[in-house]
Design a binder for this molecule. Structure first.
Ligand SMILES: Nc1ncnc2c1ncn2[C@@H]1O[C@H](COP(=O)(O)OP(=O)(O)OP(=O)(O)O)[C@@H](O)[C@H]1O
Ligand SMILES: O=C(O)[C@H](O)[C@@H](O)[C@H](O)[C@H](O)CO
Length: 175
């Protein structure tokens, strides 16, 4: 375990539970929480709402804003939910906050699609889920993080993170 307060990025495709789990984890760890969805410029939200996936150029400044939040919270700790789908995106976040940890909410497509479908009023259309899965690059062995299966309750996922034995594990659980 690190002696530094936890600085965690809860990552995964749209609908995997990042906002829900991230808020619960922050509460458990007693650190501030932020949702990366709130950092998108209006143009990104408009694009996704229109059913078009973001590209690297759309995500670049957004990732830097999230990185700035992480940097600001490096002493105090914090949890932020952010899709962080590609290795290069996570590298970009680590440029701002080298000590961050990742919690990847891994899930079966059908489970996540069901959850997305039963979530009314969200700007992200279900039609973009396949693009999210195509873009997703799993954590590499050298990335500090943990993978948990989302097909379990939020408390169980939070427990899993909170009771991990090391902060430098490689992905250990996949569905
Ligand atoms: N472990 C869980 N068990 C059951 N339902 C869950 C779980 N995690 C999240 N949900 C539900 O699934 C839906 C999607 O969760 P959430 O909005 O947190 O996902 P997200 O990854 O933040 O999505 P997005 O990136 O699109 O904003 C919500 O309705 C939420 O209540
Ligand atoms: O990288 C991305 O494509 C975006 O971050 C999306 O994942 C959304 O912001 C979010 O998941 C919406 O629900």
């Amino acid at each position: 375990m690190t002696s530094q307060p936890p600085l965690v990025v809860v990552m995964g495709v749209s609908g995997s539970g990042k906002s829900t789990v991230g808020a619960a984890l922050a509460q458990r760890l007693r650190v501030p929480f932020a949702d990366a969805d709130d950092f998108h410029p209006p143009a990104n939200i408009a694009k996704m709402s229109a059913g078009e996936a973001l590209d690297d150029d759309d995500r670049g400044p957004w990732l830097d804003a999230i990185g700035a939040w992480l940097h600001e919270h490096r002493e105090q700790g914090g949890v932020i939910s952010c899709s962080a789908l590609k290795r290069s995106y996570r590298d970009r976040l680590r440029e701002h906050a080298p000590d961050l940890e990742l919690l990847h909410l891994h899930g079966d497509r059908d489970v996540i699609a069901r959850r997305q479908a039963s979530r009314p009023g969200h700007f992200m259309p279900a039609s973009l889920l396949d693009s999210q899965f195509r873009t997703l690059e799993p954590l590499a062995p050298d990335e500090r993080g943990l993978v948990v299966d989302v097909d379990q309750g939020v408390d169980a996922i939070v427990d899993h993170y909170a009771t991990r034995t090391t902060s430098t594990t490689t992905p250990e659980e996949t569905a």
